[in-house]
Design a protein around this ligand. Sequence first.
Ligand SMILES: [Zn+2]
Length: 126
Amino acid sequence: MQRFLCPRCGHTVSVLPGTRLTYRPLEVERLQGFFDTQAEVSCGLDPPLGVVEAGCLRRAWNRFLTRVQVLQDAFGQILPTDLHTAQQLWKELRRSVGSAEEMLRFLARHCKRSLLGDYACLRPAP
Ligand SMILES: [Zn+2]
């Protein structure tokens, strides 16, 4: 992972690859596959989930369930207004935004947020 140091203020900035999630040991592609099955966009991951990975992904989905309103506000007019469930939201994000990686890029660039949390590390240093 690339890390940069600002010589003036001593602040460091890490550049997360587009295929990784902030603070979660998950591949974005696997998260997308799992969320797709939860939202019934597709069925089953290939290769199938390991035990540890399954636990991580279930926690990620549970977190996503709490983010419906926040994410709907973040994506704004990209999404229709009549979304009520996390499943509906995920389906619409896949249709309107594209891959999970594209969702993360949009959120980081325009809202300084992430899919599963709004981390202080995504915001510019004060
Ligand atoms: Zn600085």
